[in-house]
Design a protein around this ligand. Structure first.
Ligand SMILES: [Zn+2]
Length: 612
């Protein structure tokens, strides 16, 4: 079972792309971590990063990200419009798959301790990890911001949960903790009337609405007159009961509706003396949701935009079904819905199983079918297409782990262009070698079928088969090279605090470095085969394809030298194995001179053939 924790850290740097890149690459370096999103704000001078992984991988990634942020962000110089307390301002851990809230609480304690001990950064725990009620709320902890941190730390009641009591001037403080996954969800209506959407949003949201008198001329509750609290007249927001005093109406709600009206009064700052004339509160139908109505011109629809703060307790499908009923009562219809951003698989399975049950169908069907039922019933492809592979976190993670060789050219270019060190020149060498062999295969195939070249058929078929084989090998080497590099990085992170550890590390590192040489060596060898094949074919092929053959030669040569450069750069790391190093260098020298000679000959002869 795939274990997934989501992290959404906020770093106090949104302008310097170099610094942001350093933090991101630190996160990406950790095996098992998948980066899902990065969004930086210039004005807020803040970057929000979303990544997921197993508990152990996000634990390491979290610490390393906070460490590097503490090295490159100086809070003494930080200016931005968003409230903040430190270089790594807030670091939530969110259970997504096969992880409990308790797992995330323990995780937050471990990371907080390490950050406090090793980096001397004060850490406050919030949300589920909070150790006092005042620390549950992020805004409470962040109150006073970085500038007020020194004063806060001197207040005993604000001693950090981990780390020093003294101010860390450069890094400030970090807020960390476990919280629920937030789902952003919109329900689409077949109307452009924003008031319809707002009216339904008010019905369902936890905060509730002002109670109104029924009106006969309109289906919209908003059109009714607001009922207000009066002296000796305290109507219930839920039923028709009217009390004559403040305490009884609170008790009535507690007893008859299990509803805590008192805390809602507190929230709205209603008290015994100021309540007269204030609207009667009608509680919302669901807890854990916020909702508003709006119009989306692009979709020609009104939407009820909903934030779920705990989809396990208030499931998406229950809200959807209720909104369908409320819409029907108002003479309108729900046309479908839309999930904004990524959603945990579990939320989709809950909905799919609920609807299968409703249809008297067994839920013992493949997972993909359960997801499909959810997508269809909730109408998730109504305004934009819902592709489970992209929208469901659990699937998207495996997507982003896909092999380089499976990427589109654009995707590969994008991946290559980021500031993570791999893939790099080694993978590019294998890729151009792969393209060279593909071109030779193409030239052979075109000649094979060309009238007048029947005598060359056998030779072309052999050449084409060989080129195809080499092409596939080089395709595999694109990923192998990046993986070899990552293995070296992993080995270099092994502990070396005593002799035993050091010896093991040296051994693993040597093996990883040899592999990082053998991969580009293979790229060069295979590409040299293609170069030789090109020269062997030059006088037998369809002359229309001569430029293709010449290009194959040029890129194969690039692949050979690219491979050799990647060998050179790793050579220092294998000096302890003299024999290995000497043999590789001998082979490299021979390849280099042979390749240079062949490439020049092919270039010259191709130009002659083109001009003849
Ligand atoms: Zn009542």
């Amino acid at each position: 079972m795939q274990q997934l924790v989501e992290c959404v850290p906020n770093f106090s740097e949104g302008q310097d792309s170099n610094k942001i890149g350093i933090i991101i690459s630190e996160i990406k370096k950790i095996t098992g971590v998948s980066l899902l999103d990065i969004s930086s704000g210039i004005d807020t001078n803040r970057t929000v990063v979303t990544f997921v992984g197993s508990i152990s991988s996000v634990e390491e990634a979290a610490f390393q990200a906070i460490r590097v942020a503490s090295e490159i962000i100086d809070m003494r110089k930080h200016k931005g419009t968003h409230a903040r307390l430190g270089a790594t301002d807030v670091f939530p851990f969110i259970p997504v798959s096969n992880v409990t809230v308790d797992d995330c609480i323990s995780l937050s304690h471990r990371v907080a301790k390490r950050v406090g001990d090793d980096l001397s950064i004060p850490v406050y725990l919030y949300e589920y990890s909070a150790q006092t009620p005042e620390r549950k709320n992020l805004a409470n902890i962040r109150y006073g911001e970085y500038e007020g941190l020194s004063k806060k730390l001197s207040d005993k009641s604000w001693a950090p949960d981990y780390g020093p009591l003294e101010l860390n001037e450069i890094s400030g403080a970090t807020v960390m903790g476990a919280r629920e996954f937030l789902v952003a969800y919109n329900i689409n209506l077949n109307t452009m009337d924003k008031r319809m959407a707002t009216d339904i949003a008010f019905e369902i949201r936890e905060k509730g609405r002002a109670k109104r008198r029924d009106n006969t001329y309109s289906p919209i509750s908003l059109d009714g007159e607001i009922i207000r609290y009066k002296k000796d007249e305290y109507p219930c927001g839920i039923c028709e009961y009217v009390s004559n005093n403040y305490e009884t109406i609170i008790n009535h709600n507690n007893k008859d509706h299990s509803y805590d009206l008192k805390s809602l009064f507190l929230e709205k700052a209603y008290n015994k003396s100021n309540i007269f004339g204030k609207p009667v509160i009608q509680p919302g139908m669901f807890n854990y949701i916020k909702a508003v109505g709006w119009i989306v011109d692009e979709y020609h629809r009104a939407q009820i935009s909903i934030n779920f703060t705990n989809f396990n307790k208030t499931p998406i499908h229950e809200v959807f079904d209720t909104v369908c009923e409320l819409a029907e009562k108002r003479g309108i219809r729900v046309t479908g819905s839309e999930l904004v951003g990524l959603v945990p698989l579990n939320a989709m399975l809950m909905a799919g199983k609920y609807y299968l049950n409703k249809q008297y169908s067994t839920i013992g069907v493949p997972e993909s079918r359960v997801v499909e039922v959810a997508v269809q019933t909730l109408g998730l492809s109504d305004v934009s297409s819902f592709n489970p592979k992209d929208k469901i976190i659990d699937y998207a993670v495996n997507n982003s782990d896909k092999k380089l060789v499976e990427m589109s050219l654009n995707e590969f270019g994008d991946e290559l262009s980021t500031n993570s060190v791999a893939p790099g020149g080694g993978s590019v060498s294998a890729l151009v070698g792969n393209l060279g062999s593909a071109l030779i295969s193409m030239v052979a195939a075109l000649t094979f079928e060309k009238k007048g070249f029947e005598d060359s058929r056998k030779k072309m078929e052999l050449a084409g088969t060989k080129a195809q084989l080499i092409k596939q090998k080089l395709a595999n080497l694109i990923d192998d090279d990046t993986n070899a590099f990552n293995k070296v990085i992993e080995a270099s992170r092994l502990p070396d605090s005593n002799k035993n550890e050091k010896d093991t590390k040296d051994l693993v590192l040597l093996k990883a470095n040899k592999n990082a040489i053998n991969i580009p060596l293979e790229v060069s060898r295979l590409s040299l085969d293609i170069l030789e094949l090109s020269y062997d074919l030059i006088n037998d092929i369809n002359p229309n394809s001569i430029s293709d053959l010449a290009v194959a030669s040029e890129v194969s040569f690039a692949a050979i030298r690219g491979g050799i450069l990647n060998i050179y750069i790793n050579m220092n790391e294998v000096k302890s194995d003299r024999e290995f190093a000497d043999n590789v260098m001998k082979e490299v020298d021979a390849m280099l001179s042979k390749a240079s000679e062949l490439k020049d000959k092919i270039f010259k002869e191709s130009i002659q053939l083109i001009n003849s």
